[in-house]
Ligand binder design. Structure first.
Ligand SMILES: [Zn+2]
Length: 95
């Protein structure tokens, strides 16, 4: 039950990444995807669409970026469990 709650926290966490806009060739920060969104898109085989505020345009991220996002999602899940582990250790007195 407690574990499930933690997964919920991870799932609603945003993964921020940058993708280069094919129109203006600037790196645009993408911060509107959560872990849950990315997992659904990655594992469902759907395109992950990045957005450029300057051009008001969407484009699908590259295969390489998809791989990197897969890693980021995995790290987010692992990072959360490691942080939990860290919390437990930090409760120990330091003296
Ligand atoms: Zn652009």
């Amino acid at each position: 039950m407690q574990r499930k709650a933690q997964v919920g926290v991870v799932m609603s966490q945003a993964i921020v990444f940058a993708s280069t806009c094919p129109h203006c060739e600037r790196e645009q920060v993408q911060d509107r995807f959560t872990v849950a969104d990315l997992m659904r898109l990655l594992y469902g085989g759907y395109p992950i669409e990045a957005y450029c505020v300057i051009c008001d345009a969407f484009w699908p991220v590259s295969i390489q970026e998809r791989v990197e996002l897969g890693d980021a999602v995995a790290t987010a899940c692992e990072g959360r469990s490691l942080a939990t582990e860290g919390d437990r250790w930090s409760q120990r007195p330091h003296k």
